[in-house]
Design a protein around this ligand. Sequence first.
Ligand SMILES: Cc1cc2nc3c(=O)[nH]c(=O)nc-3n(C[C@H](O)[C@H](O)[C@H](O)COP(=O)(O)OP(=O)(O)OC[C@H]3O[C@@H](n4cnc5c(N)ncnc54)[C@H](O)[C@@H]3O)c2cc1C
Length: 492
Amino acid sequence: MKTLETDVIVVAAGPSGLAACVSAAENGAQVICFEKGTAVGGTANMGMGPFGVESRVQKRMMINLKKEEVFRRFMDYVHWQADAKLVHDYFWLSGNTIDWLEDMGVVFAGAMKNFPDSEPTWHVVMPEGGGKPGPRCASAMNKVMYERAMELGVEFYLETPVYELIKDGDEVVGVRAKDKDGEEIEAWAGAVIIATGGFGTNPDMIKEYTGFTMHENITTFEVPGVVGDGIKMAWAAGAGKSRMEMERIIGMPLPGAMVFQRPQSTIFNQGAAIAINRSGYRVCDESVMQNMSVGANIIGFQQGRELWRMLDSDAVEYYRTHELDFPSEVFQDDPTVDFEETWEKWAKEFPNDAFAADSVEELAKAMGVNVENLVATVEQYNKFCDMNYDDDFNKDRNYLHPLRGKKFYAMRYSSHAYGSCGGIKVDHTLRAITQDYVPIPGLYAVGMDVCDIYNGTYDYYFPGNSMGFCVNTGRIAGKNAAEYANRPMEDE
Ligand SMILES: Cc1cc2nc3c(=O)[nH]c(=O)nc-3n(C[C@H](O)[C@H](O)[C@H](O)COP(=O)(O)OP(=O)(O)OC[C@H]3O[C@@H](n4cnc5c(N)ncnc54)[C@H](O)[C@@H]3O)c2cc1C
């Protein structure tokens, strides 16, 4: 058995843990970080960048968005069902955190929107070595934080999962971990910060705490290792439970293929593609689904938590010669390139999810939706297009394209999630608290293990909010844990 001693222990090295490491070390603490995986960065290695408001990046881009406006709109969006003080502290720090990351060496490609009606709060990271930002570019940010932490003397133990918190009375005073050779480690500290990323890869916890059934009515990115370890350890140490939910976005469930590897599928996010439920009816003004979390809600509300987006060959041709209604920052390739060949191929390979047919009837049969109703829906919709007025949902006229082409295409959408949100109850200083709101001395928790600020719907109007919450809560907790661990003796 190995015994270690330090001021602050950080459990895991995703973006929240890495930010906590740097922040605790900058605030004078000796820090040890245990990470289960072979590399640092966690889920954020798949992402593109964090939220920030009033950053230098935004000022350089002449973006004049104010934190007060973002705060008010965010809190209204979640019906004030979130810890307003925590949201305030996060938003107020967020611009400075982007500057802090820049000063460390992170290069941002800019502050981007996620869809046209959203705000440019998404600080997309420039990939290592330059080039076009895209999926996974945020790994460059994690690398910079890791290097900065090591420069500050933080000791990292990779492939060393923590499995238990050590308590002395009410106080958390350390952790037990096991290294890759199976050697037990007992590490003692003045404060412990949990940052294990939630339970997005744990089907049992997803079922028990959110009601979704993995692979049946929800899929996630299934990031290895993110299985709720920190949440369970905190609960065992007396922490209360916070609201727990999935961080849902619209899902395209083609098996074995990740969303971002399929530029052709993004054509179904455009205004021309109608959204159909099992009964063969349209369900919304489809343009609202460009907001992926609103889209997830619409999907979640349908029978079987699924719907289909459908368009015809004329619409594909239209987008071949016109700009996309909703170009994506993530899927930047032209979806019309090789669309027909790709879709015909996928319709054979993935018969439950991708569809191509010569008539609406044939398409409806393949999709498994009510044939008669879908035919009537399309006829009705075509009349709306001829009238230039959508009498069902008042969709913008620019998106009204009749479905009278030679071929018809559809894709099934289901509920998908980046991962999970919430689990450990914390106060606004990121101290873990009991169900009765009593702080557990020495225990802090950050990132997706604690994030319960969305009230069911991720706020895509301010993109980057997930990683933004993680980096900022990590930064706040790092400072607070360092101060707690090194508090003067008379405070004892
Ligand atoms: C494809 C994709 C794209 C995304 N893009 C964006 C984006 O552009 N912007 C945005 O805001 N958000 C984005 N997100 C969400 C964002 O990446 C996550 O919210 C964020 O990474 C969560 O950070 P975290 O530190 O809480 O946990 P994670 O990043 O999940 O890291 C958790 C870490 O904990 C480790 N761990 C687990 N158990 C233990 C243990 N017992 N002991 C030690 N270590 C342990 C894991 O190995 C992992 O490294 C994206 C997510 C996905 C899946």
